[in-house]
Ligand binder design. Structure first.
Ligand code: AMP
Ligand code: ZN
Length: 461
């Protein structure tokens, strides 16, 4: 089945056509100056879903992701201060120590969330020679110019500049403004290489002076190094559409003389309290904080799966609690089928499989794919065929369904059932029922210890 993805450039769904069965996927990675919140992690979950969809539909994948450890200013349009340098001052560590530490946290979160490792993970600072060569090629091909502040891209040379973000010629006022540079030719021109001030920590020799790369060039250079001149899918957060990806398109064209990316996909943000969850605004949650409150990474993954990536997703604890409860229900249903002895007609299994694949292929429609998982699990005929089917679905869903095992417990099943009933009552804030059920459990010789996130422990008295 062919994968179709909504292309933010052409504004329609398009079929992804691999070369020799291989899909090249690039996704803009984290800036490792601070910890990643669950909004950032939604981005990497979407990256992973795209990767898994490609593989689920039978293609091979070649996937690259950068780690931004230099040159990302506090504004994506290259204004403000360098985020790595700010963190370095804040924590009295070298930029390298900052990058290593925050990448290790981000990497751990990705592993917890069952995000598959891209084939190529590349810090920007490890490809400075490639970046310099890329900038040189842009200059040699006539798309750049040098000023006292560095090397700029001349946006007037690329006639399609602004199309991804939907900007007309008059709107192109964004772009690099590394302080005001009176030698800049057009307001939208952006920086490729910045001449460093004396007190700047991260800097390298270059043909244009000691300095550091602009933020946008790393993704072009890393994509080119690992994926070549044809990238089938390139993604990132929606805010990258108007500046960062616009600039990547221009850079790629200047170097290669042709368009490099077939399809640009962008995820909408995770929202909290009416706005985008963001480090600068506060009101953020990390995965480790959620884990401390009793939620598992798979609860969060199931929560993410319940919304389509092209729609904003609202984060509430009510929604996360629902995901947690659903994951527990999933476990029970899966264990029933795992032990099932019934045979299911092959045509029924292939109907489920076809439906599921269609939803995956249709711009990775995870909410509808989930609905097929539930339909299959709710089949009354308990069967290993269903168990095998949902393990197959899990190649896309990534919910670690193969790790679900019968939990060994001395607590009788009827007590567990009452405790689960009580938990549902608590989730629904029906405290009267919850108290009645607690008393019932006590009368049967057990007590219940409540934990964060409506979790609990049953103790034999
Ligand atoms: P950063 O580390 O700031 O470069 O962000 C890493 C990724 O997280 C980028 O692709 C951003 O677009 C994405 N991102 C940031 N905030 C959110 C959010 N609230 N929801 C979803 N993605 C986000
Ligand atoms: Zn990028």
């Amino acid at each position: 089945m062919e994968l179709q993805v909504y292309n933010s450039l052409t504004r329609k769904k398009e079929i992804i056509t691999p070369d020799d069965g291989v899909v090249n996927l690039y996704f803009c990675g984290p800036t490792v100056y601070w910890f990643q919140h669950i909004g950032n992690l939604r981005a990497f979950f979407v990256m992973d879903s795209m990767r898994r969809a490609v593989k689920y539909l039978g293609y091979k994948i070649n996937h690259a992701m950068n780690i931004t450890d230099v040159g990302h200013m506090t504004s994506d349009a290259d204004e403000g201060e360098d985020k790595m340098e700010l963190a370095s001052k804040r924590e009295q560590k070298t930029p390298q120590e900052i990058a290593d530490y925050y990448w290790s946290l981000c990497h751990k979160d990705m592993q917890d969330l069952n995000i598959e490792e891209p084939e190529h993970i590349c810090p920007a600072t490890s490809v400075i020679p490639e970046i310099i060569k890329f900038v040189q090629d842009i200059l040699d091909n006539g798309y750049g110019y040098i000023t006292k502040n560095g090397v700029y891209y001349d946006t007037s040379k690329y006639s399609h500049y602004g199309e991804l973000g939907g900007m007309n010629q008059d709107d192109k006022l964004f772009g690099a403004r590394i302080e005001v540079d009176d030698e800049k030719k057009n307001p939208a021109d952006f920086v490729l290489w910045v001449i460093a001030k004396d007190n700047h920590i991260q800097k390298w020799d270059s043909p244009w002076g000691v300095g550091y790369p602009g933020w946008h060039i790393e993704c072009s250079a890393i994509g080119n190094k690992f994926l070549g001149e044809h990238i089938h899918l390139h993604g990132g957060g929606i805010e990258h559409r108007t500046v960062h990806h616009e600039n990547e398109i221009a850079q790629n064209f200047a170097k290669c003389g042709h368009e490099v990316v077939d399809c640009w996909f962008h995820l909408e943000h995770l929202m909290f309290d009416g706005g985008k969850m963001s480090k600068s605004k506060g009101g953020i949650y990390t995965l480790s904080a959620l884990k401390d409150s009793g939620y598992s990474p798979m609860d969060l993954r199931l929560f993410y799966l319940s919304a389509h990536y092209t729609k904003p997703q609202n984060f509430t604890f009510e929604a996360l609690n629902n995901a947690k409860e659903s994951y527990n229900n999933l476990k029970k249903l899966i264990l029933k089928h795992k032990k099932g002895t019934n045979l299911i007609e092959k045509s029924i299994i292939s109907d489920y499989k076809n439906k599921f694949s269609q939803y995956v292929a249709d711009d990775i429609n995870s909410p509808l794919a989930l609905s097929v998982l539930w339909d299959a699990l709710k089949n009354n005929s308990e069967s290993k065929d269903i168990y095998e089917l949902v393990l197959d679905f899990d190649r896309f869903l990534g919910l670690r369904l193969d790790e679900i095992k019968e939990e060994k417990t001395d607590i009788p099943q009827d007590i567990i059932d009452i405790a689960e009933e009580r938990k549902s009552a608590r989730i629904n804030k029906d405290y009267k029922t919850s108290d009645i059920l607690r008393d019932k459990i006590a009368s049967l010789g057990f007590s219940i210890l409540d934990k964060a996130g409506n979790e609990y422990e049953i103790i034999k008295k």
